[in-house]
Design a protein around this ligand. Structure first.
Ligand code: RNT
Ligand code: ZN
Length: 418
C-alpha cells in the first residue's frame, strides 16, 4: 500500500517544483475535480445489452476475447459500474445505450421504447451520484442490415427514424430528471463492404432522416452525431463519414462526436478541436485506442490521448468538451479495463492542466522556439505523478497501483462466480 505520508510529502515537493514555472498545483487539483468522464456502460458486457441475452454484436464493431465474468444482467452490470467508479477519482457520468433499457423481461422493439423503460436507471443513477448520457442503438437488430437511416426501403428507414426520435425523447426525460442535460449520441453503422455506385443517394437519405429526427427541439438534451471511417464488413463506404457529419453539424448547430478510433491512424484528432469549436457548439469525445484499426483497445496514457487533452486545455475548452469513453475489451478483467482507461484519461487531463502554458506562450510570442521546445521536453518529466497521487488520496480512492488488489478481490468474490 502506498503510504499517505509519502503521497503528501511528494506532493509538497511537486507543488514547489511546479510553482517555479508558474503553475499552481492546488488550482489544478480543483480543475481536475470538475472534469467528469462519461463512462460507457457497454464495457461491462461486451456491448450485449438487455434486449436479448444471446444477441450477437453487429454493425461492424467487435469485442474480442472471452475473459470470464462478463455482466449477464442489469443487476450485475450496475454492480460492476459502481465497483469501477469507486476506483476512479471524481464524480462521473454514465453513458447508456438504448439496448440497456429495463424491459422487465419482455421484448420491446426499438421503435417502441419509451422513457418508462429507463426510469429505474434514472432513479439508480440519482441514488448513486451519476448523471446519464444516452445513445440510440442501430446495430445488433434484424433490421440493421447494411443500411438503417440511409436505407432506400421506407419501412426500414422509418423504423430507425422512429427509434432515434424516441431515443431523443428518452434523453430529454433523463436530462429533465437529473437537472443536467443528457448528451445523446447518434451513431449508425450504415455503409457497404464493396464499392457502391450510390454514394450520394444514401447520404441524401441520411440527411433527410436526420432532418426529420431533429425536427423537435428539446431543452434538456444535447444532440451529437458520430462519424466513422469504416467498419468490419463495411470497408468501402460509410454513409456517415466525417465530412458528412462535420458539414451537417456546422450547418445545423449539432455536436460532432470525435471517436479517436474513427480516423486514419496517422491523423491527429487533437488538431480537430480548435477547428470544430469555431463552427459547432460543443464536442463529444469517444476516447478509445485504435491498434492498427478501430480495435477499441483500452485507453492508455499514450501520446494521442495526451495531445488531445492538451489541445482541449490550450483551447480553454473544458466546458465545451464532453469526455466519453468508448472501448470494449473482452480479453481482460472488464472492470479493470474501465478503471485503467478512466484513470489514464484523467492522467492526460492532469498533465494538460499542469502545462506551463503562459511561459510556453511567452516563448512563442517572442519567437524563442528553442526555449519553447526545451520546455515542452522538460515538462514531460516534471513530477505530475505526485499530483495524481494526491488527487487519488483526496478523493479517497486507491493511490497508484493499489487498485489492482481491489479488482482482484472483486474478481475473486464476484465476477469469477458468474
Ligand atoms: C462504433 C462507435 C460507437 C460504438 C458505441 C457502442 O464504432 O464508436 O460509438 O462504439 O455506440
Ligand atoms: Zn464511438
Amino acid at each position: 500500500m502506498v503510504k499517505k505520508l509519502t503521497v503528501q510529502s511528494a506532493y509538497e515537493l511537486a507543488k514547489e517544483r511546479y510553482a517555479a514555472i508558474g503553475v499552481n498545483t492546488d488550482t489544478v487539483l480543483d480543475q481536475l475535480q470538475k472534469i467528469s468522464l462519461s463512462l460507457h456502460c457497454w464495457q461491462a458486457d461486451d456491448v450485449t445489452g438487455f434486449e436479448n441475452p444471446n444477441a450477437t454484436l453487429s454493425g461492424g464493431i467487435q469485442a474480442t476475447g472471452n475473459y470470464p465474468g462478463k455482466a449477464r444482467n442489469m443487476e450485475e452490470l450496475r454492480a460492476d459500474i459502481i465497483k469501477a467508479a469507486s476506483l476512479v477519482p471524481g464524480q462521473h457520468r454514465l453513458n447508456l445505450h438504448a439496448i440497456y433499457g429495463d424491459f422487465g423481461g419482455k421484448f420491446v422493439d426499438r421503435d417502441q421504447i419509451e422513457p418508462k423503460h429507463f426510469e429505474s436507471w434514472m432513479k439508480w443513477a440519482k441514488e448513486n451520484g451519476f448523471k446519464l448520457d444516452f445513445n440510440s442503438t442501430s446495430f445488433s437488430h434484424p433490421k440493421s442490415g447494411e443500411l438503417t437511416l440511409g436505407n432506400p426501403d421506407p419501412d426500414i428507414r422509418n423504423f430507425w427514424i422512429e427509434h432515434t426520435k424516441r431515443c431523443r425523447a428518452i434523453a430529454e426525460a433523463m436530462g429533465k430528471y437529473q437537472g443536467s442535460p443528457c448528451v445523446m449520441n447518434l451513431w449508425i453503422h450504415d455503409g457497404s463492404k464493396d464499392q457502391t455506385v450510390n454514394r450520394m443517394k444514401y447520404r441524401e437519405l441520411l440527411k433527410d432522416s436526420l432532418d426529420q429526427i431533429f425536427a423537435i427541439k428539446y431543452d434538456h438534451m444535447k444532440d451529437c452525431i458520430e462519424a466513422k471511417l469504416f467498419g468490419i464488413g463495411a470497408e468501402s463506404y460509410t454513409v456517415g463519414s466525417y465530412d458528412f457529419y462535420l458539414a451537417y453539424g456546422a450547418k445545423n448547430n449539432k455536436i460532432v462526436t470525435l471517436d479517436t478510433g474513427h480516423f486514419h491512424l496517422t491523423e491527429s484528432i487533437a488538431d480537430k478541436i480548435s477547428s470544430l469549436l469555431l463552427f459547432t457548439p460543443e464536442i463529444m469525445l469517444h476516447v478509445s485506442r485504435p491498434v492498427r484499426w478501430d480495435s477499441d483497445h483500452v485507453t492508455i496514457m499514450n501520446d494521442d490521448t495526451l495531445d488531445l487533452a492538451k489541445e482541449i486545455v490550450r483551447c480553454n475548452a473544458l466546458d465545451r468538451v464532453n469526455i466519453g469513453l468508448d472501448y470494449f475489451d473482452a480479453s481482460i478483467n472488464r472492470i479493470g479495463a474501465y478503471v485503467i482507461g478512466s484513470r489514464a484519461t484523467q492522467k492526460c487531463f492532469l498533465q494538460a492542466l499542469l502545462e506551463p502554458l503562459s511561459l510556453l506562450r511567452d516563448y512563442e510570442a517572442k519567437g524563442q522556439y528553442f526555449q519553447r521546445l526545451a520546455m515542452l521536453e522538460e515538462d514531460k518529466a516534471l513530477p505530475w505523478n505526485a499530483v495524481w497521487d494526491m488527487f487519488c488520496l483526496k478523493n479517497n480512492v486507491p493511490v497508484g497501483e493499489d487498485f489492482i488488489a481491489d479488482i482482484e478481490q472483486y474478481e475473486a468474490d464476484v465476477t469469477s462466480k458468474r
